[in-house]
Write a protein that binds this ligand. Structure first.
Ligand code: FRU
Length: 424
């Protein structure tokens, strides 16, 4: 991993680079970095809705937190339309794949609760219709602020635009369940500036989303990770020596990889409450390597910063590839330099026989990795599939120095708390 001083000049830090050489080391189906096969007879959390990105309630240090013994998760959620004429095929059968693929346009934030950290009970929508300013409520992070149950939900308000926002509400518990109250006033925080982070005007396929606020264990300040693309007009990025890295002879041709410009963004709060933010240069860029580094998040372990982010096969640049899954990088200090875990960055990928079985992995500080089921083949050729829209089996992983190892598999959607907060 190298840095590129020319691009960001006299800024507080230089972004670390995920290079093409690093990505050439990615090996699908290495058992230590591959998610066990998900069986096609998986249970479905709820037959009325699809769920995908899963966001456990946590504190600002990253600990997954229950309240009064109740675990809580937030999910991106969309209704299933088995009877809507729009989603029937020529034979009158429900085209679930088309319904599933359309879900992003109607994504809403829902919550679920459980006494056991699995078998989630349906809570409902977090914000009433009309509260969020845009059509789509995209991923983010619910933060439990205190023992009064106050929750800051950071998320992305998308279409029109893409704005990182937050809304404050409260979690209330009874013996019988959990409710989310308040969540009535959405506060816009910031959007891409075109200077550090690419805007929609610069690239219609830009990404700017998935806020993950945290308290730095070393300086105690409030920061936020997010997904971005490096600023600049689409097609104007240079894939030079630094981005290519130390490749073997014959690997210098970068094809059209200048179109892939993902980065992990970071912002710092100017106030204690996290209402006023300043964007800083990205922590990590993947120019010439990949176009999406989604849902970035940290695990703070052994005095190190383990940075995880999810990515896809289809977003890789010409000449490099890897499975859908979660990738990771590690540094000794917040601003890097970051080096790819396992040499390549790949931490937990789908097996090549089931390339879309899971996505949106979230690594928790206890080494457990949650994700959702996308689609699983039901025949040998992979032409028949079963769509998920539900929680995948949780994977147990060990993080050791510069390496990670898959070591266990748990139940579907198993997200146990690391702390319990008794509400006052
Ligand atoms: C990951 C993701 C997020 C985004 C959401 C949109 O699965 O692409 O980056 O917020 O899904 O549905």
């Amino acid at each position: 991993m190298k840095t590129n001083p020319e691009k960001f000049g006299a800024t507080p830090h230089q972004p670390s680079l995920w290079t093409r050489a690093d990505a050439l080391k990615v090996r699908a189906d290495d058992p230590t970095t591959t998610q066990p096969l998900v069986s096609a007879d998986f249970p479905v959390l709820n037959n009325d809705v699809f769920i995908w990105d899963t966001m456990p309630l946590r504190d600002l240090d990253g600990n997954v937190t229950s309240v009064d013994g109740w675990s809580v998760i937030f999910t991106l959620t969309a209704d299933r339309h088995p009877n809507d004429p729009q989603y029937l095929d020529e034979d009158g059968n429900y085209d679930i794949l088309r319904d599933w693929n359309d879900r992003h346009g109607r994504a809403k934030m829902y919550y679920w609760f459980s006494r056991t950290g699995k078998n989630w009970e349906f809570g409902g929508r977090v914000m009433a219709e009309g509260v969020s300013p845009t059509a789509r409520e995209w991923a983010g992070t619910p933060i439990l602020l205190n023992d009064r149950g106050e929750v800051d939900l950071y998320y992305t308000a998308v279409t029109p635009g893409a704005t990182i926002v937050k809304v404050r509400g409260r979690v209330v518990t009874t013996e019988h369940g959990v409710s989310m109250v308040g969540f009535e006033k959405v506060k816009p925080l910031f959007e891409a500036d075109g200077n550090l982070y690419q805007t929609e005007a610069q690239n219609a396929f830009w990404g700017f989303r998935d806020p993950w606020p945290f308290r730095d264990p070393n300086d105690g300040k409030l920061y936020m990770l997010f997904e971005g693309n490096v600023a600049g007009e689409r097609g104007s990025h240079k894939v030079g020596e630094a981005e290519i890295g130390d490749v073997p002879p014959g690997y210098e041709d970068v094809g059209n990889s200048r179109f892939q410009t993902a980065c992990v963004g970071i912002a710092v709060a100017r106030d204690a409450d996290g209402d006023d933010w300043e964007m800083l240069p990205p922590l990590l860029t993947a120019v010439g390597v990949n176009d999406q580094t989604e849902r970035p998040h940290f695990v703070f372990q052994d005095g190190k910063y383990y940075l995880f982010t999810i990515s896809h096969t289809f977003t890789y640049a010409d000449g490099v590839t890897g499975p859908d899954g979660v990738y990771g990088f590690v540094a000794d200090s917040l601003f890097g330099p970051y080096v790819p875990l396992n040499g390549s960055g790949l931490v937990l990928g789908n097996p090549s026989s089931q390339p879309f079985q899971t996505y949106s992995h979230y690594v928790m500080p206890n080494g457990l990795v949650t994700s959702f089921i996308d689609s699983v083949p039901t025949d040998e050729t992979g032409t028949q599939i079963r769509v998920g829209g539900t929680e995948a089996p949780t994977v147990g992983m060990k993080i050791k120095g510069l390496q990670t190892f898959v070591v266990a598999e748990y139940d579907y959607g198993y997200i146990p708390p690391m702390l319990d907060v008794t509400l006052k």
